[in-house]
Design a protein around this ligand. Structure first.
Ligand code: NAP
Length: 265
């Protein structure tokens, strides 16, 4: 059976890769893409895709859904756009696969509830790279034995949200496996605000933004006289595409929202 897929953000770094992935997949059909600028009416007009990519571009999500009836909608846009997109999709019972990061806890709760009410499957995956999911799993396991942790996440300098969705998700998984406690000296004092990074349950998280980086993370576990480092690197956006494909295939079998690729592996 062929899955009818639409993608938001086709001009973006991730969106472009996702377009190629869906176009190449034998069990998927790319029925439409969503842009927020009136630049082109067809994918080929962007001049970035081969001429056989004859796919209509929409700038209105409701019209796209009503006319092209996608079963799955992949969102790779911005934290500003993704929440409204997800709500609209669930109201129409179109299954979202959300790669865009930056959901707040309240927004996550709301869309989870909306998916349940509409009995519509949805996946929000802060990281589509299988290696990154394993990094999170191993980190959660290590925290049972080495509960003093700091996270350093490193991304390209065009990323809009900090800390990264992966960093937050890692901290949440670790938090579930260790008692919350404040790390560092009880009297420590920042002479430059922010020096110690963000705080999640006493765990510090640091965000590096530099040209040349793609998506990387180190989880540091300190113990007496020892240190364990778990690191994952995505060197290009291709690293995310097997996860995108897996999510499109899995979401059609779901009727609730799943947060995190680790729950599908
Ligand atoms: P990007 O290159 O900036 O691409 C985002 C694209 O979305 C841009 O072309 C932008 O257009 C477009 N856009 C913005 N608002 C839109 C809207 N309302 N409707 C349709 N298109 C819209 O960013 P990226 O690196 O591809 O990343 C996209 C998102 O994926 C980010 O949130 C990033 O954190 C996340 N990400 C997730 C993973 C994962 O594994 N889950 C991996 C990497 C990145 P303009 O340029 O005209 O604004």
């Amino acid at each position: 059976m062929t899955i009818r897929v639409a993608i938001a953000g086709p001009r973006g770094k991730m969106g472009k890769e996702a377009v190629h992935t869906v176009m190449k997949a034998e069990n998927m059909e790319l029925v439409a893409v969503l842009d927020h600028r009136e630049i082109a009416s067809n994918l080929v007009d962007y001049q970035e895709f081969p001429e056989q990519y004859d796919v209509r571009v929409y700038t209105n999500l409701n019209t796209l859904i009503e006319e092209m009836k996608p079963e799955v909608f992949v969102d790779l846009t911005t934290p500003k756009a993704v929440y409204a997109h997800t709500k609209t999709l669930l109201q129409y019972k179109v299954r979202p696969v959300i790669g865009t990061t930056g959901f707040t806890d309240e927004q996550l709760e709301e869309v989870t509830q909306l998916a349940r009410e509409n009995e519509t499957g949805a996946i929000i995956a802060p990281n589509f790279a299988v290696g990154a999911v394993l990094m999170m799993k191993f980190a959660a396991e290590a925290a049972k034995y080495m509960p003093d942790v700091e996270i350093i996440e490193l991304h390209h300098d065009q990323k809009l949200d900090a800390p990264s969705g992966t960093g937050v998700k890692t901290a949440q998984l670790i938090a579930a496996n260790r008692p919350a406690h404040k790390q560092g000296h009880p009297d420590e004092h920042e002479t430059i605000p922010g020096s110690r990074g963000g705080d999640i349950d006493g765990m510090r998280i640091h965000s590096v933004r530099l040209q040349g980086l793609v998506a990387h993370q180190e989880v540091l576990f300190g113990g007496e006289g020892q240190m364990l480092t778990i690191r994952h690197d995505s060197y290009n956006r291709q690293s995310f595409m097997s996860g995108v494909k897996l999510c499109i295939e899995k979401v059609v079998t779901l009727d609730t929202l799943v947060y995190g690729l680790e729950n599908l592996l």
